[in-house]
Design a protein around this ligand. Structure first.
Ligand code: CU
Length: 141
């Protein structure tokens, strides 16, 4: 009887371990996607309400992206601008309007978005052609 109980106990531990192992693998797999989704959500720049008025702070928000001491955007990544304002704006690279790396959203209506992929490293200053006082920077590493 004692021997039989020990075998059952050992089998019980064995199956318990395998269940725990299976659960941890499942949890790892299910935790992966939300982490990626959160990272992508941070690559957005918002055109602020009132951006057409020079006194409005952070016309592009954040005005320098990535902000603060954050690492530059990895080259190959995409930033999406969102026109949250109630009038037209553009997202236009400053400098010559030719050559590789140039980008221009054209007119963005209220509620419209503009994605742009940065293929190379650099510091990219951009502005709004309708309201040239609106300025922003994207840092790409
Ligand atoms: Cu504008």
């Amino acid at each position: 009887m004692i021997l039989n109980n020990m075998i059952i106990l050992i089998l019980g531990i064995g199956s318990g371990v395998s269940v725990i192992f299976t659960l941890s693998v499942f949890n790892f797999a299910s935790n992966t996607s939300p982490t990626v989704a959160t990272a992508q959500l941070t690559k957005d720049i918002h055109i602020s309400v009132g951006a057409s008025i020079p006194q409005t702070p952070n016309a592009y928000n954040p005005p320098i992206f990535p902000s603060g001491n954050n690492e530059p955007l990895p080259h190959g990544d995409t930033v999406t601008w969102h026109n949250d304002d109630q009038t037209f704006h553009t997202v236009t690279l400053q400098g010559p309007s030719t050559g590789p790396g140039y980008f221009d959203s054209g007119i963005l209506s209220p509620g419209e978005s503009y994605p742009h992929m940065f293929p190379t490293a650099g510091t990219f200053s951009y502005y709004c052609t309708i309201h040239p006082f609106m300025k922003g920077v994207v840092r790409v590493g």
